[in-house]
Design a protein around this ligand. Sequence first.
Ligand code: HEM
Length: 227
Amino acid sequence: MRNLTSRVATGLVLIVFYLTLLPFLMHGLGMIGVGLSEDAARQSYLFSDRQDVGNAAMMLHIFAGTLLVALVPLQLLQGLRLRFIGFHRMLGRLLVTLALITGLAGMTYIPLRGTIGGPLMSAAFFLYGLCLFTAGLMVPRMALIRDRAGHWAWGLRLFWLALGSWLYRVHYTLWYLLTGGVGSEPDFSGPFDLAQNFAFFVPYLLAVQMWIISKRSAHQGVLAKIL
Ligand code: HEM
């Protein structure tokens, strides 16, 4: 009975989570449509008239990033992980590939085109890309050297970094609902915008680090079963 209750609760949390992710995923698909259209440059500042590396990088970035956000919640489901180890490994490989592509394509785009918020936003987003890319490398590395605690810790970091782009939009949505956009400017130069350059991934990484330190020993037993 307790098992059933916890499964129903997990299912409900997952449904609510996906409902909140949905607008972001639809936005990503919409932007892919814009990128593929003939007048992409007129519809979005992200694309130029020339079919160049910048356009290709942004398309690849949005495609891989949207898939990453759509799939990453599944990797944390304990039921799936323990019962279908093959699925966990296959999805893990796919998520790592998507994270590497998303980060690399974003880091290619930034030096070519910059960002709407200028140098600070470019630097912050580049750092975010570097973090995602590093986590994407460290998760399989830890699995390969059979460091279970390391694999779990880097997996958690990858999870929160993968959701970073969505969290960025969540922060803005909540802030605009609560304050009407105090401290936020159209060119992203307001104090809220400047803080947001880092606030969607740095605090989450710090919180994850504290969680890892407190839970590390308890998780080692569970991971022994899946690696
Ligand atoms: C993890 C999943 C990610 C998803 C789903 C994602 C999605 C998107 C989308 C849809 C856009 C188009 C802008 C918009 O319409 O809002 C975009 C822009 C951008 N992304 Fe990502 N992204 C992700 C991660 C990253 C990472 C890791 C980096 C860092 C390298 C990054 C850097 C950028 C940059 C620089 C832009 C253009 C910003 C601008 O000037 O407006 N993104 N991303």
